[in-house]
Design a protein around this ligand. Sequence first.
Ligand code: ATP
Ligand code: AH0
Length: 363
Amino acid sequence: MEKYIGIMSGTSLDGIDAVLVATDGERVTLLARTGSPFEPGLRRRLLALAGGDAVTARQWGELDAELGQAYAAVTLQLLHESGHSAEHIRAIGCHGQTVWHQPAGPLPFSLQLGDGNRLAADTGIIAINDFRRKDMALGGQGAPLVPAFHQRVLGGVDHVRILVNIGGIANITVLAPDQPVLGFDVGPGNMLMDLWARRHLGQPYDNNAAFALQGRVDTALLNRLLAEPWLALPAPKSTGRELFSEAWLNARLPVEIKPADVQATLAEFTATAIANEVDKWPAGELLVCGGGGHNPLLMQRLAALLPNWRVDTSNSAGVDMDAMEAMAFAWLAHQTMHNLPGNLPEVTGARRPAILGAIHLPG
Ligand SMILES: Nc1ncnc2c1ncn2[C@@H]1O[C@H](COP(=O)(O)OP(=O)(O)OP(=O)(O)O)[C@@H](O)[C@H]1O
Ligand SMILES: CC(=O)N[C@H]1[C@@H]2OC[C@@H](O2)[C@@H](O)[C@@H]1O[C@H](C)C(=O)O
């Protein structure tokens, strides 16, 4: 078994998750995990950039360098906490910070910031990043990439098992006997709920859904949100803040509505968009991972909307719900180091499987 580090900072923009795993490509064992929230100023600048604000080349470059430094600091923290040093680690798989994802149109691209050169130089470990653009160069969406990992660690069961990652965006992976793996983004995860909590509570998220639980679902608003045409598009598909933005929400809000009712409606919207996709499959097991699995209201609504499904977190199947995505990028680094493909063309729509990522050597 070789040791890899995986680093994820997702579309919630909450901070950085890092894991140390041992893997031979087939089995993936979590050895250690750490994390670091973004410092508020950095988070604010990332939110502005991901919201489409204009930035100068200088601001852009500085953010790239600052994130590279932040990823290196988390890596050193993980090594320290787990009693490892650089020479124990074969490579780091670093997702980077998505600041723009544009899978359609004449010039599709997906941009993740966080300088891999700096990460390699500051840690002395091979750093792999930019995992999405090879798949896009081959006509794919570049996302989601995690389904291949889900299949590896949670596949091979005799019933329908669906994984749903509820991060900023929600994406599902369908693992069914004798069927190719399917996976696609289903809509917003915590993104809109977080936005509303920031606006009305001044907090990064609605902790344990306390605010949403004070409100009532507004059916008219819920139906307006669910009428978004993107939700009905067939897979392959992926999305992000570019679509589910503050402007998108504002355009659908009625003039008069209680803030708590909006929060309750956004939670219901997130759960319904997920349940509508899951419900297209014969009932089985729905396993939740990502931060949304800590939201009791989301979990309760998913269970209520899918009465014939066993709804639980991925912890119940032996994979830490909070470590899943970072573990996936550690595994993707393994794939790259062994010249193995990381994407699933049936998921992303790419013309073929491909070796993903840009490799930065520390020497
Ligand atoms: N106790 C809790 N109550 C409510 N929501 C929670 C709780 N804990 C975490 N969350 C939600 O989880 C979010 C973080 O999720 P996660 O870390 O999976 O996001 P991410 O890494 O940015 O995801 P992705 O890359 O999939 O978009 C928070 O912003 C918050 O909305
Ligand atoms: C472009 C981008 O960063 N997409 C993320 C985002 O967050 C969740 C969902 O949208 C998923 O498609 C993807 O992340 C995971 C890690 C993936 O590629 O599977």
